[in-house]
Design a protein around this ligand. Structure first.
Ligand SMILES: NC(=O)c1ccc[n+]([C@@H]2O[C@H](COP(=O)([O-])OP(=O)(O)OC[C@H]3O[C@@H](n4cnc5c(N)ncnc54)[C@H](O)[C@@H]3O)[C@@H](O)[C@H]2O)c1
Length: 361
């Protein structure tokens, strides 16, 4: 085994602890340094990992002991931080979405190509046993030719639990750009790239009230649509129906279902790594559970970065910038369709990422 990849983390907010635990568990990754605009927050975040240097963002980027920048900032800062890392000659792996809009995301990919560095992006949850077992069922023909899918994510809003939820209600956020990456990445993994979309969207309120932490009770403005629905037309001809909402209380609909000519699958929550895949074949009564047959077992956030670290130079990592760009383009096209009332052709495409065999994490 080669040397571990030295990871410099930029952005040490709510999600960072999950990544620190993953980096701790994996011999191929080492936590080299952290940085945040708020150094106190960075120091607090790594309190459980004593000895981790807390640097300024500029010093972390310049540090020769950092091989890859893990970008866990808010969506509005994703492109700026990624471009800093690329300018420093480092690979970069970031939280979703790849950038707040596709123009910024394209700048990131162009700069990375020119610099000869790699870009990876969340979500990596779809590399876990849940989505991967469903993908294997599709690839093995258990449902026959795929015809359609439904994807449903409904919540009353993240401001109820997140202490700094502002980013969820500005461009780069909203239910589609925040939660859509899990669902659209899963749909592309299962059914392949998307060629056109038809969307509609609405907004329940112009303000939201923070429900936890020091800012509890504070009202924040909403500048994005908070209920987005639409149809994705896959290159294969399959049609996916999407409902992403911060405006509804709850749902009993499965997160994702995939329907084929010979059967239907229930696919687990794409925001989780695992979960039970269920199959109902035409002519069979009820549903049967499928055993885990593919994917990283007991994985955690950061497995996509480990996957990138293990990908030979010149090959595309599974949680790649190209896939994340296509997913962002699909979501942006859906919002453009909602605004215009017309179907929108998706300009980008990507390969389905290679399947993950059943592997210990
Ligand atoms: N919170 C979750 O449960 C969750 C889950 C999955 C993914 N994510 C994603 O992770 C990312 C971060 O979310 P979070 O909830 O941790 O946000 P957060 O607001 O809690 O933390 C973000 C941190 O980034 C820092 N930051 C912002 N701009 C910066 C810059 N230019 N340079 C350095 N630091 C900067 C902020 O000071 C803050 O500490 C988002 O893209 C989000 O979509 C969050």
């Amino acid at each position: 085994m080669g040397q571990p990849l030295n990871v410099g983390v930029v952005g040490c907010g709510a999600i960072s602890a999950q990544y620190f635990s993953t980096i701790d568990r994996l011999p191929g990754l080492r936590l080299a340094a952290v940085a945040d605009l708020d150094p106190g927050r960075a120091a607090e975040a790594v309190a459980a990992w004593p000895g981790t240097p807390v640097l300024s963002v500029a010093d972390l980027m310049a540090d020769p002991g950092v091989d890859v920048v893990l970008n866990l900032t808010i969506p509005a800062a994703h492109a700026e931080v990624a471009l800093q890392a690329i300018a420093a000659g480092k690979d970069v792996y970031g939280e979703k979405p790849l950038a707040a809009d596709s123009a910024d995301a394209a700048r990131v990919l162009r700069a990375a190509e020119a610099a000869g560095v790699r870009v990876g992006c969340a979500p990596d949850t779809v590399l876990g046993t849940g989505t991967q077992t469903a993908r294997k069922a599709v690839d093995d023909g258990l449902i026959g030719r795929p015809v359609a899918a439904t994807a449903t994510m409904v919540t009353a809003g993240h401001e109820r639990w997140h202490p700094n939820p502002d980013f969820y209600y500005v461009p780069g956020g909203g239910p589609l750009l925040d939660m859509g990456p899990y669902y659209v990445t899963s749909l592309v993994t299962l059914l392949g790239p998307v060629t056109s979309v038809i969307g509609a969207a609405s907004r329940l309120r112009g303000k939201r009230t923070i429900g936890s932490g020091p800012r509890r009770g504070e009202e924040i403005p909403v500048s994005v649509d908070t209920h987005v629905t639409g149809v994705l037309v896959h290159d294969s001809g399959a049609l996916s129906t999407l409902v992403m909402s911060f405006d509804a209380a709850a749902t009993k609909a499965p997160n994702i279902e995939v329907h084929g000519e010979r059967g239907s699958l229930v696919v687990p929550d794409p925001n989780h790594f695992d979960g039970v895949v269920q199959l109902s074949a035409v002519g069979e009564a009820g549903w049967r559970d499928l055993p885990d047959s593919a994917g990283y077992v007991a994985a955690g956030r950061g497995v996509g970065l480990a996957d990138l670290a293990a990908t030979p130079a010149g090959e595309e990592p599974r949680a790649s910038g190209t896939l994340a760009f296509h997913v962002l383009d699909v979501m942006e096209s859906l919002l453009a369709s909602a605004a215009s009332g017309a179907a929108v052709t998706v300009g980008s495409t990507c390969e389905r990422p290679s399947p993950v065999p059943l592997l210990a994490f």
